[in-house]
Write a protein that binds this ligand. Structure first.
Ligand code: NAD
Length: 281
């Protein structure tokens, strides 16, 4: 029988722990403050931003909200970031992606002070992760490490295969698994014999962006499978990149969608915000 890795329960436990920490900080007169910037009216982004604000409220983190029109220029956004960088009362800055066409994401990511980079996307944060120095870590991969550890999945010495090499999931995930002493293989759209490579994995982490692509043919008997993908099917049901019903019986543990990796992303963002007190002061 396989274990379902319950991201909802684990993220709730983590948020409770953070709430306790923030209450203690409040006793010392310290309240972490996150500035959240949303540009434009993308409905999915608005939902994400709202969920982040709600999580801040639950934990006791102060959140400042900047909702800018779709027509905002790159210069205007960079100016706001500069102001927030210089504001000592702001510990973390988050710009919700994607941004409207006229704004270059790279320029915005680089403009945020690495001391306030709670998303962990700044080149300095990524570089620090690469060479094993302290810094912010991208929330989704950091959340996966937390899920594995809190579910007692052994990582050290295990074969880990990651499908996907994006800057926000696949690449930082590979660095984190290396840091945990796994033997890491990263696959992508040009990988040959993908099924055979995946079949080697003790831990298979899937971040492809293709609904239910991974079937039991890709999975070694008894592997741990982490599904990062999230897709809304017709009829509004959610699914991941893994065909859960087909794959789960062949695993020792697996994350569901919804209720697996998703809830951990916001919880880890909150963790980064609490830690930003140490980084930004
Ligand atoms: P992305 O599109 O940036 O990257 C996808 C990666 O998959 C690429 O590196 C590509 O090379 C690889 N790929 C594509 N087709 C492939 C194929 N046929 N075989 C092998 N590799 C292939 O996506 P992303 O931003 O990394 O996100 C991946 C998925 O995770 C998406 O479904 C996204 O919605 C989801 N996601 C979820 C969370 C969360 O909090 N749960 C966070 C980020 C992303």
């Amino acid at each position: 029988m396989y274990q379902i890795i319950d991201g909802k329960a684990i993220s709730t436990a983590l948020k409770e722990e953070l709430k306790e920490k923030v209450t203690k900080l409040a006793g010392q007169g310290i309240t972490p403050c996150l500035a959240v910037i949303l540009v434009g009216e993308d409905p999915a982004s608005a939902v994400y931003v709202n969920n982040k604000k709600k999580a801040c409220e639950f934990i006791g983190i102060k959140s400042l909200s900047y909702e800018l029109p779709e027509s905002t220029s790159e210069e205007e956004l960079l100016k706001l970031i500069e102001t927030l960088n210089a504001d000592d009362s702001v510990n973390g800055i988050l710009v919700q992606l994607p941004l409207p066409k006229q704004i270059h994401e790279d320029a915005v990511i680089k403009a945020i002070s690495p001391k306030k980079d709670v998303d962990g996307f700044h080149p300095e944060s990524v570089g620090a992760l690469c060479i094993g120095q302290p810094g912010y870590v991208s929330c989704t991969p950091a959340g996966i490490i937390e899920l594995l550890k809190r579910s007692n999945v052994e990582i050290e010495g295990k074969e880990c295969v990651i499908i996907g090499r994006s800057n926000i999931v696949g690449k930082p995930m590979s660095l984190l698994m290396l840091r945990e002493n796994a033997t890491v293989t990263v696959c992508h759209s040009r990988t040959q014999k993908l099924k055979e490579v995946c079949k080697r994995a003790d831990i298979l982490i899937v971040a492809i962006g293709k609904p239910k692509m991974i079937t039991s043919e890709y999975v070694k008997e008894g592997a741990v499978v982490i599904d990062v993908g999230i897709h809304r099917l017709e009829g509004k049901k959610l699914c991941g990149d893994v065909d859960f019903d087909d794959v789960a019986p062949h695993t020792s543990a697996i994350t569901p969608v919804p209720g697996g990796v998703g809830p951990m992303t916001i919880a880890m963002l909150m963790k980064n915000c609490v830690e930003s007190i140490g980084f930004s002061s």
